[in-house]
Design a protein around this ligand. Structure first.
Ligand code: NAI
Ligand code: MG
Length: 482
């Protein structure tokens, strides 16, 4: 029998007040891994009360900066000590290959350290307002934060929000995705052992309508930090408007990858494939629209096909695996429907990789790497986020043409440009309307650098100093001197 795992509110482990549970799956096999509480509005209310009380009583925001920093550093050490166990949970719950899960855990620990460091360096300003007065600008925590995260990087996305929110002095209610609550539920013990006062960090498990939405509506929440679908992001922004809650939205994209004919193909081919196939393509910044300069198009198609065929699908626990299953049966169906739509709209299939043959994996949610050429300009496969390992290859002739094509999207999260001419790389990088542009690489998102979208990819930034500022208010203190 799969184990039952409680959620964590106000320093206590509890079930849902409605007594409802959610099944959590292992996507590699389709087997049920555990059951977690399916939180209801009353549970969300309890979590908001706990976070509000902890904030208003000052147990966290008014703690000495160096003491707060110490707690986050200690939490980072505990994450590192539990590296293997956390990675194993992430693999069995999310399906990703072990080496990727280990990298996620390491970066989660680093995020705690990175933001712990900021706590003792953050400062305000003194402004020139004449000889008779003094203006102080203070940075204060926003208050109670609702962190709503998706299932593609369960621990890492949680930490991208939780670490800076705590560093800012906020209290937090984390709602992991219903598909992937397992690593989030390891965090309370870690923070408790590190000395975080109770009520400062809470985890509410449940689905979007049952747990996420009551959190968004709750009057005690000051700030919502959300990563997920465009559709839910728009809904959250609408609901948040009623009480003017602060909102940060990271809503994915349909990012371009441009290969100029002078590119170093030894790097561009594997880099382009990683940009679409990494994490099973379940990446908000997947550079899935690949544009290739005319003269090298046929060669690139062939090289990409060879590279795609090297991908080994399987369980994330198998060291030979380079691509795991998708997160769920419904995500698999969704991606397969996009593949079908591409064919219906006239695109030609170049390659579709092999599915795992191991009978133990027959219940898993696998979709093989899929590459198309000839997709129509505004067809679904070119305009909508697939969130699976599906690439389209499209020809271009001039720089200005490919810039127009790259920008022909409602999204603006990221882009990759491959060229040996640095001036061209920079020119194209500046011309693309996206929050991140990689030149001669795809996908790195260092924790020190800002991350977020232009256009409908969202607004606000995560990571870096900007990621901390999302959880800070600005106060002006004016003092009359004469
Ligand atoms: P989703 O947006 O429904 O789920 C993301 C998170 O939002 C989960 O924690 C979910 O419980 C919560 N949520 C859902 N409805 C909510 C509501 N009404 N109020 C508050 N919270 C709510 O994403 P879903 O349905 O799992 O995936 C669908 C598509 O969304 C994917 O195929 C992909 O295209 C996109 N997506 C983008 C992500 C990104 O990194 N930007 C991450 C996950 C999904
Ligand atoms: Mg949804």
């Amino acid at each position: 029998m799969p184990g039952e795992q409680l959620m964590y509110i106000g320093g206590r482990w509890i079930p849902s007040q409605d007594g409802l549970w959610l099944d959590v799956y292992n996507p590699a096999t389709g087997a049920v891994l555990a059951r977690v509480p399916s939180a209801c509005a009353r549970d969300v209310d309890a979590a908001c009360q706990a976070a509000r009380t902890a904030f208003d009583a000052g147990v966290w925001p008014a703690m000495a900066e160096r003491a707060r920093a110490r707690i986050l550093f200690d939490a980072a050490n505990l994450v590192r000590e539990r590296r293997q166990q956390l990675a194993m949970l992430e693999v069995t719950n999310s399906g990703k290959p072990m080496q990727d899960a280990l990298a996620d855990v390491d970066e989660a620990a680093y995020l705690l350290e990175y933001y712990a460091g900021w706590i003792t360096k953050l400062s305000g300003e003194v402004l020139p307002v004449g000889p008779d007065a003094m203006s102080l600008v203070l940075r204060e925590p926003m208050g109670v934060v609702a962190a709503i995260v998706p299932w593609n990087y369960p621990l890492l996305m949680a930490m991208q929000k939780v670490a800076p929110a705590l560093a800012a002095g906020c209290t937090v209610i984390l709602k992991p995705a219903e598909q992937t609550p397992m690593t989030a539920l390891e965090l309370p013990e870690i923070f408790e052992l590190a000395g975080l006062p109770s009520g400062v960090f809470n985890v509410v498990t449940g689905d979007g309508p049952g747990a996420g939405e009551p959190l968004v509506r709750h009057p005690m929440v000051d700030k919502i930090s959300f990563t997920g679908s465009l559709e839910v992001g728009k809904r959250i922004q609408r609901i948040a408007a009623d009480s003017v809650k602060r909102v940060t939205l990271e809503l994915g994209g349909k990012s371009p990858n441009i290969i100029f004919s002078d590119a170093d193909l030894e790097r561009a081919i594997p880099g382009t494939c990683l940009g679409v196939f990494w994490n099973q393509g379940e990446v908000c910044s997947a550079t899935a629209r690949v544009y290739v300069e005319d003269g090298i198009f046929d060669r690139v198609v062939e090289l990409i096909a060879q590279e795609a065929k090297k991908v080994r699908l399987g369980s994330g626990l198998d060291p030979a695996t380079t691509m795991g299953p998708l997160i769920s049966q419904s995500q698999k169906r969704r991606v397969e429907a996009y593949i079908q739509s591409a064919q219906d709209d006239g695109a030609s299939l170049v390659v579709q990789g092999a599915l795992p043959v191991n009978p133990e994996l027959s219940g898993g949610f696998y979709v093989a790497p899929t590459v198309f050429v000839g997709a129509a300009k505004h067809s679904k496969i070119m305009m909508e986020e697939v969130f699976g390992p599906v690439m389209t290859l499209t020809r271009f002739t001039t720089e200005s043409e490919v810039i127009d094509k790259a920008n022909d999207t409602p999204y603006g999260l990221a882009a990759a440009v491959w060229t040996r001419q640095i001036d061209r790389g920079l020119r194209v990088g500046k011309a693309i309307r996206a929050g991140t542009v990689w030149i001669n690489d795809s996908q790195p998102a260092p924790s020190e650098a800002p991350w977020g979208g232009y256009k409908q990819s969202g607004f606000g930034r995560e990571l870096g100093r900007q990621g901390l500022e999302e959880f800070l208010e600005t106060k002006h203190l004016f003092i009359r001197l004469h």
